[in-house]
Design a protein. Structure first.
Length: 155
C-alpha cells in the first residue's frame, strides 16, 4: 500500500530537517536543540509546501517513490536548498510562507526569529554556510514565491 499524501509530505519534511540539523548542528543544550529543530522543521515545511503545492504533486511523489539516495530516501535536494535559503533570510521566509498559503504567525520562529532562536540556530541560519546548499536552488525558490504571491487574492 503506497503512503498517503500526508505521510509523503511528513517524510520529506523530516528528511530535510534531519539533514539540516546534521549539517548545521545546534549548540549544546536541550533548549537550543529543540529551537533549532523547530526552525529546521518550519523551513522544511514551507519549502515542501511550495515545491509540492497540490494534492496531485504529493500523490505522484507517493506513487513514484522517494527521490533521495538509499540512505536518505525522502530527501529532496530542491526542498533542502529552499529550506536553507529560507533559514538564511527571514524576510524571504515570510513571503514564502504567505506564498505557500500558510500563516507567518504560525511559523514565527522561522519568519521572525528572536534572540533565542538566532542563538540556537547560529550555524543553521548563517548565510555563508548555507550558500552551498541554497544557491543552486535560489532562483527557482524566488520564482515559486512570486507565483504563489500572485495567486493570493488582493485584500
Amino acid at each position: 500500500m503506497p503512503p498517503t499524501s500526508t505521510d509523503t509530505l511528513q517524510s520529506v519534511i523530516a528528511a530535510v530537517a534531519g539533514r539540516l540539523l546534521r549539517d548545521f548542528p545546534a549548540p549544546p543544550g536541550a533548549l537550543n536543540q529543540a529551537l533549532a529543530q523547530l526552525q529546521a522543521e518550519q523551513a522544511a515545511a514551507v519549502a515542501a509546501r511550495l515545491r509540492l503545492p497540490t494534492a496531485l504533486d504529493l500523490a505522484l511523489l507517493a506513487l513514484t517513490g522517494p527521490p533521495g539516495p538509499e540512505d536518505e530516501p525522502w530527501l529532496d535536494d530542491t526542498v533542502l536548498g529552499w529550506a536553507a535559503a529560507l533559514l538564511a533570510d527571514p524576510d524571504l521566509a515570510r513571503r514564502a510562507t504567505l506564498a505557500a498559503g500558510l500563516s507567518p504567525a504560525a511559523y514565527r520562529r522561522l519568519t521572525q526569529p528572536g534572540p533565542h532562536e538566532q542563538a540556537a540556530a547560529a550555524l543553521l541560519r548563517h548565510p555563508d554556510l548555507l550558500d552551498t546548499t541554497a544557491l543552486a536552488h535560489r532562483d527557482d525558490l524566488l520564482a515559486a514565491v512570486e507565483r504563489g504571491l500572485q495567486d493570493i487574492p488582493a485584500a
